[in-house]
Design a protein around this ligand. Structure first.
Ligand SMILES: Nc1nc2[nH]c(I)nc2c(=O)[nH]1
Length: 265
């Protein structure tokens, strides 16, 4: 990516510091769909800013549904909690998707926690409402937030140390490989069968560009998916949306506790 993306992140970080009247941050959390209860469980924000007040953030996909960044003190750590993110299917390009992560890194963050809602491809061992630690990813989006000859290593893109810590806090957590697709349509049953063969345990439309940008900037990444539906063709019955929402809500409260313990260290 041209310097624009990195300059834009620095300008956004400067604006963020001014808006939240702080200049040192330990961790960033990007909260995916259904994770707002978990974000609320982290504690009341000391400050909050609309993403649209900062340079480089795309307009909200749904009018009025503005992305916000909260400053939350969690134990002795200062966290930036991003509520809302840009997705590739909104058409603003991979740099726009990674802008939040890049802004957090420009603000000095060294640890990024990326959460999302995802489809589960393993009904034999997953159920709706399960949180799954991301062990690795398949970037099937056809995009990369990095442009130019910057060949970064993505071995251990998802921090083994943070995954171990998460499992020590909640031993019931298990891991899976996250496949990112461009969306916005969900997969066909044939595509889900292909993705299972490729080793994907989770399917989503986010996270991967942010992970790559965070690793490019030297931050440690922890990714957690909330299985919100069983992927296409695998659920023997139509999904009950109320059931999915309830499962998500129940897990999100548990996830709020996990994230809080993770960050307090
Ligand atoms: N690609 C993809 N993304 C998703 N997000 C959610 I929630 N469920 C899915 C799904 O089944 N497939």
């Amino acid at each position: 990516m041209s310097n624009d993306a990195y300059d834009l992140a620095r300008w956004a970080a400067d604006g963020l510091r001014r808006h939240v009247s702080a200049d040192a941050f330990d961790v960033a959390l990007v909260m995916g769909s259904g994770w707002v209860p978990a974000a609320d469980a982290l504690g009341a924000p000391a400050a909050e800013v609309n993403m649209t007040e900062l340079p480089g953030f795309a307009p909200p996909a749904v009018p009025g549904h503005y992305g916000r960044i909260r400053l939350v003190e969690i134990g002795d750590k200062t966290a930036l909690v991003f509520l809302g993110r840009t997705h590739l299917y909104e058409g603003h390009g991979p740099a726009a998707v990674a802008h939040g992560a890049r802004t957090a890194l420009a603000a000095g963050v060294k640890t990024v926690v990326l959460t999302n809602a995802a489809g589960g491809t393993r009904p034999e061992r997953q159920k709706v409402g399960d949180p799954v630690l991301i062990s690795d990813h398949l970037n099937l989006t056809g995009h990369n937030p990095i442009a130019g000859p910057n060949f970064i290593d993505l071995t251990d893109a998802y921090s083994p140390a943070l995954r171990t810590l998460a499992k020590e806090i909640d031993p019931s957590l298990y891991e899976g490989v996250y496949a990112a697709l461009p969306g916005p349509s969900y997969e066909t049953p044939a595509e889900i069968r292909m993705l299972r063969t490729l080793g994907a345990d989770l399917v989503g439309m986010s996270t991967v560009p942010e992970t790559i940008a965070a690793r490019e900037g030297g931050a440690s990444v922890l990714g957690i998916s909330l299985v919100t539906n069983i992927a296409a063709g695998l659920a023997g019955k139509p999904l009950d949306h109320a059931e999915v929402l309830a499962a998500g809500r129940a897990s999100a409260a548990r996830m709020g506790e996990l994230l809080g313990k993770l960050i307090r260290g």
